[in-house]
Design a protein around this ligand. Structure first.
Ligand code: FE2
Ligand code: FE2
Length: 177
């Protein structure tokens, strides 16, 4: 059984271990998402975020160090579920642009989990007066938010429009058969 959470300090560490494990899962999942992405802009966005994620893990390492705790993860079932859903999605037979739109949706669900986690963590670190830890977590939070916004713009200006048109192309192909 896990140890009792007696204080906000304990909860901070608990949540830190959760997101640490989650980020580790994301680092493993992103290369598969890059491979499954069709649009070069989406591939580039995922590649950029993979690099960012590696940096985020380093910041988490620093945060653990500042708190005098070993950097350890605790299985994050929430992220495992989101990644599992993404995996199933990538096995689907889909039009390339529709697959891209679906990949963005999967990625944004992941981002929103991270935003929630880092948002809470930042609040705890602030209340507890851990300025440096707060700063590190704040940087991660900002990167997740920027990534989420970027994906929204990419979806709204390019990917979703192409996905919407995929249907027309399919119908035209059928008509010419
Ligand atoms: Fe992250
Ligand atoms: Fe992220």
């Amino acid at each position: 059984m896990a140890t009792k959470l007696k204080s906000l300090d304990d909860l901070l560490v608990h949540e830190l271990q959760d997101i640490y494990h989650a980020e580790g899962q994301i680092v493993k999942a992103l290369p598969k998402m890059i491979q499954a992405a069709n649009h070069p802009e989406l591939q580039a966005a995922f590649e950029e975020h993979l690099e960012q994620t590696e940096g985020q893990i380093e910041r988490l390492d620093q945060a653990f160090k500042l708190l005098g705790m070993p950097a350890t993860g605790q299985k994050c079932d929430g992220m495992a579920g989101l990644i599992e859903e993404g995996k199933k999605l990538m096995e689907e037979d889909a039009e390339p642009s529709v697959m891209d739109a679906a990949l963005i949706a999967a990625a944004q669900k992941i981002e929103h989990y991270e935003i929630a986690s880092y948002g809470c963590l930042c609040t705890y670190a602030e209340i507890l007066g851990y300025e440096q830890v707060h700063d590190l977590l704040g940087q991660n939070l900002e990167e997740e938010e920027t990534t989420d916004e970027k994906l929204t713009v990419l979806a709204e200006t390019v990917i979703n429009i192409e996905a919407e048109e995929a249907d027309d192309i399919e119908t035209e192909e059928e008509a010419s058969r």
